[in-house]
Design a protein around this ligand. Structure first.
Ligand SMILES: [Zn+2]
Length: 77
């Protein structure tokens, strides 16, 4: 698992106080990762999951039907 750094603003935050990890729409990379977790017992950061700070978590939560790539490529206002 990656350390909790916001995918949007790169803020290093404490997930026990704010924000958290969100899982987005499954991608082929995510499927491959899940398969390797089950079959090979690998550990690591799921490619379809991202950390979001308190400021960006709520907005990101509305977009979990998209892939993480689509969400973080969106222009930020
Ligand atoms: Zn943020």
């Amino acid at each position: 698992m990656r350390p909790p750094i916001c995918e949007v603003c790169n803020k290093d935050f404490n997930p026990s106080k704010e924000g958290g990890l969100l899982y987005f729409k499954e991608t082929p990379e995510g499927r491959e990762f899940e398969k390797r977790v089950k079959e090979e017992g690998i550990v690591g950061h799921p490619p379809d999951a991202g950390w979001f700070c308190g400021e960006h978590y709520n907005e990101a939560e509305k977009l979990v039907h998209l892939t993480l790539g689509e969400v973080i490529e969106k222009p930020q206002s």
